[in-house]
Design a protein around this ligand. Sequence first.
Ligand code: RP5
Length: 164
Amino acid sequence: MNDRQIKVGIFMGSKSDLPIVNEAAKILDYFGISNEINILSAHRSPHAVVKTLEKLEKQGAKLFIASAGMAAHLAGVIAAHTHKPVLGIPLGGGDLNGIDSLLSTVQMPKGIPVATFAIGKSGAINAALFAVQILSQNDETLSKQFDEYRTEQTAEVIKINEEN
Ligand code: RP5
């Protein structure tokens, strides 16, 4: 078994979700946060989801990001099996353009929270940034890195405004 330390465990329901979920992984990589992507479905491979979640917790995972489309139960199922924070990214692409996965992810019954982000790419990026914010509470270096990221983002916007 691979027992390298992992800070953030990422799950997605299908390989077709990878282009969007990669946006989250890219942010975590940028901040130097160890992460691992698993392609496992709450419906098609439920036992493997739980087994992998347990493995990631043993590897030190502090929180989980879960992304799925259609009847998106992946984040909720993961939240049911862990006491760590779960961040959910609903995906578009189905016949209902993500409204189905948004509602499936956000409408959790009381007692089992899933922090739900926007549909698609913005949600993936924001889920990863939120993960950075959580992890930076106990990590001064990461906190400074995050401050710099936000300062640079603001400077970019100002620059675009000044150029136009
Ligand atoms: C969900 O169904 C997946 O997360 C994916 O977004 C959607 C479609 O999956 P595929 O048919 O592309 O495997 O479980």
